[in-house]
Design a protein around this ligand. Sequence first.
Ligand code: HEC
Ligand code: HEC
Ligand code: HEC
Ligand code: HEC
Ligand code: HEC
Ligand code: HEC
Ligand code: HEC
Ligand code: HEC
Ligand code: HEC
Length: 419
Amino acid sequence: MRLAAFAVLIVPASLLAASGKDTCIECHAVMDGAIQKPALLIHDDIHYANGLSCANCHGGDPTSDDPSVAMSKAKGFIGKPKRTAIPQLCANCHGNPDFMRRYRPQQRVDQLELYKTSVHGKRLAAGDDTVATCIDCHSVHDIRAVKNPLAPVYPVRLPATCGRCHADAKKMAKYGIPTNQLEQYYTSVHWEDLKNGDLGAPNCASCHGNHGAKPPEVASVAAVCGSCHVLFAQLYDKSVHEPIFSGASGGGGCITCHSNHGIQQPSTAMLVGPKAVCSTCHESGSQGAKTAAQMAQWIDGLGAALKRSDAVLSEADKSGMEVSEAQIRLDDGRENLVKARLALHSFQPEEMHKPIEAGTKIAAETLKAGEAALHEKNIRRIGLAVSVFFIAITVLAIRLVIRRLEADGSGYLEPSKSS
Ligand code: HEC
Ligand code: HEC
Ligand code: HEC
Ligand code: HEC
Ligand code: HEC
Ligand code: HEC
Ligand code: HEC
Ligand code: HEC
Ligand code: HEC
């Protein structure tokens, strides 16, 4: 059945190749409005670039100037496909490995199979055509290679593509799910990073999949974050919180503390103070609250110590003292702060204390080195001032002597006067 439909569609392609004529484009290009647009857009389309054209999707005979022949059912013309028919239409080629291999041997051919497992695909199969079909993510008539920066699925553009529906409260009203994902995502560290060109930062599809789009199951949320933040997930998985949070409904794991769409730059405000996430569960005075306070103090303390060392070393460096060794050492200190933030996720103070202790020691060492350099600079400056003073006295003395000689009128020094 699927292959039969495919065979019908492939005939015009060979006709096209034989004659080089494309009456579909020729005629539609001189029409107006909605039926003209495809003939204009198609020049940006990857299918057109690969020698495929209108008739490969719509059927019909692209060699006939007579519209009743070109667009006749007898020639396999299907007209404008219904939305519910689109995934199968695309999969006539994209699900056919023999066909796709002729164009791109490595190309995946599982888009439709995956799509059927997604919330989008399941709802479409049940007749709901509000959901995303292939063309809502890839567009139509100007379908671009997915790696093309102008493609609507290109990482930086994808959030807005999903947002065309998911941020549209009216369109989503009948489903009763939130419509704030895009708005929140645009405030996140992930978007900040992606926007600035790091294609490794997650877009909607990195967490939800593209063809198999579905919300990550509650139990796999830690795995979603952990697919990139591997070390954090390893510690968290062994922590006291893991079994508790993953049992919670409506979200768990990392997102209990970091949220999912609007992830902010973490700071000790997550640990202590009015916005602390820990105090939503740990009352003040409890073991958990004490640990949170201790962790905040460690992070802030080490952070401040590293800053102080950095300031003193910079000052010494600017005044020309050689402190590069200490500055390199200070980087090790900063690395310990990073390690401490990671170790926090074991929620065992002993684990976190190790890098804090090591970092604090380095901060103290480098501070001492910086202060010593500044001290030495001061001694050198005093030395310099003293020599400048003596040189000035000497110059003055010589001037006095010269004036006196000039007043004498002799014009030259006599040996007895010069000593
Ligand atoms: C000589 C002009 C002419 C040629 C050739 C032609 N078309 Fe059309 N096409 C039209 C006009 C006019 C309409 C709008 C009126 C109508 O629906 O019949 C149209 C409508 C369509 C529609 C929309 C139908 C719908 O259901 O809304 C599609 C799709 C289409 N053409 C595809 C093609 C393809 C593919 C070919 C080539 C195999 C082709 N056309 C050849 C003039 C042409
Ligand atoms: C890759 C497959 C593909 C190719 C190639 C393609 N179309 Fe389409 N076309 C579609 C799909 C899918 C739709 C339905 C769009 C929708 O539901 O919004 C469509 C819709 C249309 C419509 C109806 C537009 C409307 O707004 O009602 C016309 C007319 C049309 N195509 C003509 C063409 C012409 C002319 C060409 C060649 C220049 C062409 N198509 C090439 C897949 C294709
Ligand atoms: C919910 C949005 C969405 C839907 C629906 C969707 N795609 Fe995609 N598609 C994407 C994204 C995102 C990518 C990956 C882009 C990347 O790798 O950077 C992609 C990639 C592709 C690729 C490149 C190969 C691959 O699999 O990575 C093809 C071909 C493709 N899609 C075809 C289809 C077809 C056919 C359908 C319908 C059955 C479809 N897509 C439905 C979003 C979607
Ligand atoms: C007649 C066969 C055919 C049909 C029908 C077809 N495609 Fe394609 N498609 C191809 C070929 C061939 C390529 C170019 C080879 C490649 O890049 O994978 C391609 C490329 C693509 C790409 C770029 C893939 C990449 O890796 O960058 C996307 C996206 C795509 N098609 C989506 C669609 C969608 C959406 C539909 C349905 C509206 C569709 N195609 C219908 C044959 C087809
Ligand atoms: C054409 C509109 C449209 C586009 C574009 C679209 N979606 Fe959807 N999506 C829907 C609709 C409608 C639902 C069904 C809502 C429901 O059943 O709760 C849905 C459901 C979902 C769900 C399941 C929500 C739930 O908990 O039920 C996820 C996850 C999702 N979409 C992610 C995405 C992502 C990621 C993208 C972009 C790659 C995207 N969608 C693009 C319309 C769209
Ligand atoms: C960093 C990973 C991540 C990114 C990026 C992401 N999501 Fe989500 N999304 C999640 C998680 C986790 C859930 C919650 C699952 C749960 O609670 O069971 C979720 C839930 C959803 C839902 C279900 C309704 C809801 O809000 O709970 C939709 C729809 C959705 N996301 C769409 C999007 C869209 C659209 C984007 C891009 C603008 C996006 N997501 C980006 C991880 C992500
Ligand atoms: C596709 C990979 C990927 C996924 C999935 C992912 N992240 Fe990220 N995340 C990144 C990248 C890249 C950055 C920015 C670089 C960095 O600072 O580490 C980042 C940054 C962060 C930051 C800020 C770190 C900092 O030092 O600035 C937090 C917190 C974070 N992610 C938490 C999460 C959570 C929670 C999830 C799951 C809901 C998640 N991430 C899913 C890749 C990912
Ligand atoms: C119980 C709350 C909690 C959970 C659960 C949690 N985190 Fe964190 N996370 C924090 C706190 C608190 C910080 C650091 C605060 C600071 O920098 O002062 C943080 C910091 C981070 C950072 C930034 C590290 C840096 O160097 O700036 C990343 C990335 C991160 N977490 C990822 C994750 C991931 C991935 C998970 C799940 C595997 C997770 N977190 C689970 C509370 C949590
Ligand atoms: C969603 C609720 C929740 C949040 C948020 C939360 N915890 Fe917990 N935490 C628990 C539960 C429940 C236990 C187990 C208590 C027990 O077994 O007595 C626990 C245990 C702990 C323990 C082991 C000591 C103890 O009390 O048993 C530490 C340490 C801890 N949490 C620290 C933190 C820190 C630090 C944060 C914030 C970054 C945090 N927790 C956020 C619920 C939470």
